[in-house]
Write a protein that binds this ligand. Structure first.
Ligand SMILES: [Zn+2]
Length: 428
């Protein structure tokens, strides 16, 4: 099977250039200004943008154990719908991914039935309980790409130090969800003006910042690779910036919602504005955006966290934390940041493709002859309507529900096969 994609604006070497792309079987065979070749399938991509398949370092597939929220099939289909071809699965499933059998289960199921490449992140501690180091070495031999207790956070600094040393021995980066439990308490939303106004318990920025500070110190002392998940405060970012200037191997990711929304969104009492870390202040949001622009923050990750309606559609205090993000990520970012001129399309492309791939040493996410044909074709001139019927995730918990946003994913290719095709897309 050969596919020829003609006249697209192709993201190549950091900029968009008009090119044809020839795909043969699972690989990109040629990229050039004009390819005269015939192909089994021809797509006219004039006026469309072609990106390497997006890479998401932070996805909760909920499989095994909570497949009423999401599973590997629905989660990777949602990924394909959003233009993603690779994702990292977080280990807070049931059972927790702290053993090689569960690593193996996820990998096999994704390979057999998935619509995206799934890289497994193993738990840092057994059952992610923060008490005892997990079997990192065995899981590493089974193919995990990092360790994390995401959803939770190792509270004991001595244990965290041991995790850092142990993981580093095996060349495993550590991904940290920075949250001090005592400071976070029963906080529902960011501790600030809006929490006071609404009478909701606040989750202070300090709960994140003391752990970011602690873990940077611990990692730096051991020359370890530490990745801060969903960074959200101006002070956390400042600490990362300084650590990087000192040469520490600290990376970070930011979510679309922390780049676009603030605590003000919680005034709606929409439980789809409730997540961890919480939506912060405008000052924090602007710091995230600036740090993404200047490269202090490496990449964008969605923290896709599905919850069923019966869990999420209820009193604010009782709703679980988290929102889905795979399908809305590109459009939300394009609509709210790129279109108004706050972020370049090139930086957005990088932050969703090769930048995250580099953070965890995943295969390169770029368009190049000889590489797997993982790519997505997007029409920036069309809107996507995120109605419950159009969302492929099993859960619909997004603050952009029922909204129309600019940017529509027309096709996603994974290893040369189509994993998403918009009903309106036309193959000639
Ligand atoms: Zn987290």
């Amino acid at each position: 099977m050969t596919t020829l994609i003609k006249n697209g604006n192709v993201y190549l070497n950091g900029k968009f250039q008009t090119r044809d792309i020839l795909i043969k079987k699972e690989k990109i065979q040629k990229i050039a200004r004009h390819l005269p070749e015939k192909a089994d399938r021809v797509i006219d991509a004039s006026g469309k943008h072609i990106f390497p398949g997006f890479v998401d370092l932070h996805v909760h597939l909920r499989d095994p154990g909570q497949t009423y929220k999401e599973d590997i099939v629905s989660g990777t289909r949602a990924a394909a719908h959003g233009g993603f071809t690779s994702l990292c699965a977080m280990p807070n499933t049931d059972p927790v991914v702290d053993n090689i059998a569960t690593v193996d289960y996820i990998q096999r199921r994704a390979k057999d039935l998935g619509s995206a490449k799934v890289y497994v992140i193993g738990a840092m501690t057994k059952k992610s309980e923060g008490l005892e180091i997990s079997e990192m070495a065995t899981m590493k031999s089974g193919g995990i790409v990092a360790v994390s207790d995401d959803g939770g956070c190792v509270q004991n600094a001595k244990l965290m130090l041991n995790c850092i040393r142990y993981a580093t021995n095996f060349g495993l980066p550590l991904v940290v969800h920075a949250e001090d439990y005592n400071l976070a308490g029963k906080g529902q939303i960011h501790g600030g003006k809006v929490s006071s106004r609404l009478g909701l318990t606040g989750l202070p920025s300090l709960a994140e910042e003391v752990i970011v500070s602690r873990d940077i110190m611990l990692a730096e002392n051991n020359d370890a690779r530490l990745h801060i998940a969903h960074i959200s405060t101006a002070r956390s970012i400042e600490m990362v910036r300084q650590a990087r200037e000192r040469g520490a191997k600290i990376s970070s990711e930011v979510t679309p919602h922390h780049l676009i929304l603030t605590e003000e969104a919680c005034l709606s009492f929409d439980t789809n504005t409730k997540m961890k870390p919480p939506l912060r202040t405008e000052e924090d949001r602007l710091a995230c955006l600036e740090a993404l622009r200047d490269g202090t923050i490496d990449c964008i990750a969605t923290d896709h966290a599905s919850h069923a309606d019966f869990e999420k559609v209820r009193e604010f205090d009782h709703a679980p934390f988290g929102i889905i993000g795979l399908e809305t990520a590109f459009s939300a970012l394009y609509h709210h940041l790129v279109k108004p001129g706050l972020l370049s399309l090139e930086r957005l492309a990088e932050a969703l493709t090769d930048a995250p791939a580099r953070v965890l040493d995943l295969p390169p996410a770029m368009l190049k002859a000889g590489l797997p044909a993982d790519l997505t074709i997007i029409d920036l001139e069309q809107q996507t309507h995120f109605s419950p019927e159009n969302i492929l995730s099993k859960s619909k918990n997004t603050p952009w529900l029922d909204q129309k946003l600019w940017g529509k994913v027309l096709y996603t290719f994974l290893d040369g096969r189509i994993t998403w095709e918009d009903p309106d897309a036309q193959i000639s």
